[in-house]
Ligand binder design. Structure first.
Ligand SMILES: [Fe+2]
Length: 376
């Protein structure tokens, strides 16, 4: 079985992969089918004093709770993080999935400028979850963001309801229904580690062509990122299932899952299997075909992160089991679903607004790659 990989030491100096001063998306990069494809790297061009990032986010006084890449653009650790993220992007282009472990993810977030106190805040933020619209063993909140490459910004979007359909390889009792989740609160919205995770994801996935889904606007220079903060609970009277639906996809282009923590959870809990696309949707985790398993991953340490090209694999997860079966076990997750905006005919058409969130605005710069968007 192929394994999910961890990046090796630096292979390319950062200056060979980046182009200053105008780092922005360019159309026309090489696109090839699904797996095993490559994108076009920019020519080497080193500078000693790089100017600010080329974001169109208006200069303004920013709050302490915003991760502002401009502030780090002259620091050594920033360039090291960018170089490592580029290596992960290479791996993602090759394998269509990566798993980044705790220690490196912490370093990457620090390098991008995340505040030290936000690491601790992220580990306890799931304590404030209250309800879930359809699952009795889960608590959840959601927030919507736009990775907007017309502005090179990450922007929080207004609230919308949520649906996943059986047509998108998601078969559960609540498939095709409209679900209304609680919204994330200031404690998560303002966490610079959360913001850094989305900047990381945008850097790795942007310009990586994947197998296309119907009814997505692949001509748009924007991505919609629906983020979920989830807590799965197992108690003596109920078994927590991170994927009750069995083998499925998330109906998006790129899914990223990051682990804040757990309590009273056994080591065999919440194992993620990646399956070949011809595995039958809905198959329970323990009944999947061994010869259709592509890889296995398990989040066990703070900030362990899995990224998958969602339409190119299916996935399933084992339940959450309790060490002390008389007590509650919990498993917290941050899930980032990212896709192009939908078009008419998609179940989310009419619930895919690109308007900014009025009560809790966020508008921070993204880091844009020179080989940017892929057009065909
Ligand atoms: Fe999923």
């Amino acid at each position: 079985m192929p394994h999910l990989h961890v990046a090796s030491s630096a292979r390319l100096p950062v200056a060979s992969r980046l182009r200053w001063p105008h780092i922005r998306s360019e159309r026309g990069a090489t696109c090839q089918g699904a797996r095993g494809l490559a994108t076009v790297a920019a020519p080497a061009q080193a500078t000693h004093s790089p100017p600010p990032l080329d974001s169109k986010v208006p200069p303004r006084a920013r709050g302490a709770r915003e991760l502002w890449l401009h502030d780090k653009a002259y620091e050594h650790g920033f360039y090291q993080s960018i170089a490592k993220i580029m290596q992960w992007r290479d791996r993602y282009v090759e394998d269509r999935t990566i798993f980044v472990r705790h220690e490196e993810m912490v370093d990457l977030m620090r390098g991008l400028g995340a505040r030290e106190e936000d690491f601790g805040r992220l580990q306890v933020v799931s304590d404030n979850l209250q309800t879930d619209p359809t699952l009795p063993f889960r608590k959840s909140r959601t927030g919507r963001f736009c990775m907007d490459y017309d502005r090179q910004s990450l922007r929080r979007l207004e609230f919308q309801s949520f649906s996943l359909s059986a047509a998108e390889d998601f078969k559960r009792h609540d498939s095709d229904t409209v679900r209304v989740f609680d919204e994330i609160q200031e404690d998560l919205h303002s966490n610079t580690v959360l913001q850094g995770l989305m900047i990381f994801k945008a850097m790795v996935m942007h310009g990586v062509p994947t197998m296309r889904r119907p009814n997505f606007d692949y001509g748009a220079n924007k991505w919609v990122c629906t983020m979920f903060n989830l807590r799965t609970l197992t108690r003596p009277d109920i078994l927590g299932e991170p994927a009750l639906e069995g083998v499925h996809t998330d109906g998006v282009d790129h899914t990223m899952t990051t682990y804040p923590g757990s309590s009273n959870m056994t080591p065999n809990s919440a194992v993620t299997l990646l399956h070949e696309r011809d595995e039958t949707t809905g198959t329970p985790f323990h009944e999947t075909s061994p010869n259709k398993i592509y890889g296995r991953a398990q989040h066990t340490k703070f900030l362990d992160t899995l990224l998958v090209a969602d339409h190119e694999y299916k996935h399933s997860l084992s339940p959450v089991y309790a060490v002390d079966e008389a007590q509650e076990a919990t498993r917290d997750m941050l899930i980032f679903f990212t896709r192009k905006p939908v078009t008419e005919g998609h179940i989310m058409a009419g619930s895919d607004s690109l308007k900014s969130h009025e009560e809790s605005p966020l508008d921070i710069p993204l880091f844009t790659l020179p080989n940017g968007e892929c057009a065909d």
